[in-house]
Design a protein around this ligand. Structure first.
Ligand SMILES: C[S@@+](CC[C@H](N)C(=O)[O-])C[C@H]1O[C@@H](n2cnc3c(N)ncnc32)[C@H](O)[C@@H]1O
Length: 328
């Protein structure tokens, strides 16, 4: 075992020591971002996937948007937050009928361009996408009607969009991204302002700890870290923001009451249980699974940070959610 690995293993034993290491790393990320360095491992989803795994992932993400968003065919203008290292979902959106897809990412996910070209080629064989290829070889920077906007956080992009351009999108979508935003709630308001009437937000949000303290510690350990420390760990590096389902629901119901939107929040994952398939509202989940997840929360909640003390156990039991909102 290398010295680096030994130190890592030791640090992992104590959550507070690990948190201190994350704070230091986040400071470094702040400096990197300030100097314009945006290359990151985050979003490098396809780097370790086989070609067929990549295709399955892209197809699943696209199919989920259709299924849970109850979208027959995509159309008009789309913004995808945090596409990571691949524009496959955007290509399927274009093929389905969209005129334009804007890809908004704060970081430039590391990627292997040759591997990506092979993925696009295989996807094209399956779905006849050659009309979007503008060069002899597949080049993700030159896909017709697909515009990468890398290096600007979604927070800033949608704030500017709401202030300057208003409702320009028919769909604003993301997978495993909202939990990385440093300010997802204000950004959701801006996103609603950026939708055309009838436009939809479709966001699958993974509220787990993303390996911060797991597997060495239980899956809700990250809720034990005091709020000021957690903020210092997460803001620059894009670590999970710990926004729980109740906070999304409060914001969405406020916007619903003001007449701006209709919405639904489907549970995708429960603590101590796993994936909920098909995704569904909490009350419709098997009561035994509900009980198991709530019991897990209750067995750990005495140690949670103050921020979570008054949050209902049913809400803390939800570790993944599919947010669907339609602008009236
Ligand atoms: C877990 S990856 C998901 C990538 C891709 N959607 C997928 O399903 O494979 C999270 C993505 O969100 C991006 N991201 C993180 N914080 C962001 C922010 N504030 N604004 C926009 N994108 C952000 C990351 O760069 C990364 O591409």
């Amino acid at each position: 075992m290398t010295i680096k690995q030994t130190v890592k293993n030791l640090v992992s034993r104590w959550p507070m020591v690990k948190s201190a290491a994350f704070v230091a790393d986040d400071l470094i990320w702040g400096l990197k971002l300030a100097t314009g360095t945006i290359g990151s491992d985050t979003g490098a989803t396809h780097l370790n996937l086989s070609e067929s795994e990549s295709l399955s992932y892209i197809e699943e993400v696209f199919a989920d948007y259709k299924k849970y968003g109850t979208v027959d065919k995509f159309y008009g203008s789309v913004a995808e937050l945090g596409p990571g290292d691949n524009a496959g979902v955007a290509l399927l959106m274009r093929k389905d009928g969209c005129d334009r897809v804007d890809l908004i990412d704060r970081f430039l996910s590391h990627r292997d361009s040759q591997q990506q070209a092979k993925i696009y080629s295989a996807l094209s064989q399956q779905y006849q996408l050659d009309e979007f290829k503008t060069k002899d070889e597949w080049d993700e920077k030159a896909l017709a009607g697909i515009d990468w906007r890398v290096g600007e956080p979604a927070e800033i992009y949608f704030q500017k969009c709401a202030q300057n351009r208003g409702g320009i999108y028919d769909f604003i979508i993301s997978r495993a991204v909202l939990e990385h935003l440093y300010n997802p709630l204000d950004t959701l308001r801006y996103m609603v302002a950026c939708l055309k009437p009838g436009g939809k937000l479709l966001h699958k949000i993974d509220c787990r700890d993303h390996g911060l303290y797991t597997p060495e510690h239980h899956e809700l350990t990250f809720l034990e870290i005091p709020t000021p420390i957690y903020r210092l760990m997460s803001r620059n590096a894009g670590r999970p923001n710990r926004i729980t389902i109740d906070r999304y629901r409060n914001l969405l119901s406020e916007m619903k009451q003001s007449g701006a939107i209709d919405y639904s929040l489907l549970v995708t994952h429960l603590v101590a249980v796993g994936d909920i398939l098909p995704h569904q509202e909490f009350d419709n989940i098997d009561p035994e699974q509900q009980r198991q997840a709530i019991a897990f929360v209750d067995s750990h909640r005495s140690k949670f940070a103050d921020e979570f003390r008054d949050v209902d156990s049913r809400d803390l039991a939800v570790s993944g959610v599919f947010l669907i909102a339609t602008k009236r």
